[in-house]
Write a new protein. Structure first.
Length: 134
């Protein structure tokens, strides 16, 4: 059983902030910032690629993020979800990070700025549209 399945079943303790039949939200053991929360489906899915669309976890993330905003009096937050080792996923049980942001909190997400020719943009968007429609 994976570590988050053990947390979901209560075998490993956690600081829970929300629980229902299908989902659990608990404090990340490593608090990137104060209030850093993980939201998981109790059912094990390795990553977003396995998640069923009926899993309404994103609705719950909206609700919990607003609750955290109120509880911690924050106005800035990152929602993060890593899938696969190249994306930095270290626990292979689908989860969404809620990371409240504070002034000078030392968290730094930076994206490379890649330029693409217009033609490349057109081809890329066509490619993705086709694969969605399949
Ligand atoms: P990932 O890198 O897979 O997106 O995030 C996994 C997260 O799970 C990390 O931020 C890590 O601190 C957290 N984590 C790993 N093991 C445990 C644990 O046993 N309890 C809690 N509360 N968090 C954990
Ligand atoms: Zn699991």
């Amino acid at each position: 059983m994976c570590v988050f399945c053990k947390i979901a079943s209560g075998e490993i303790p956690s600081y829970k902030i929300y629980e229902d039949d299908n989902f659990l939200a608990f404090l990340d053991i490593s608090q990137a910032t104060i209030g850093h929360t993980l939201v998981i489906p109790k059912k094990h899915y390795d990553s977003i690629f396995d998640l069923e669309e009926e899993t309404k976890i994103f609705n719950l993330v909206i609700l919990l993020t607003k609750a955290i905003k109120k509880a911690l009096n924050i106005d800035n937050v990152n929602i993060l979800n890593n899938n696969g080792p190249l994306a930095g996923q270290s626990v292979n049980h689908f989860h969404i990070h809620i990371i409240p942001r504070y002034e000078n909190d030392s968290v730094n997400f930076s994206f490379p700025k890649n330029e693409l020719e217009k033609e490349a943009f057109i081809n890329l968007s066509k490619k993705i549209i086709v694969s969605i429609e399949k």
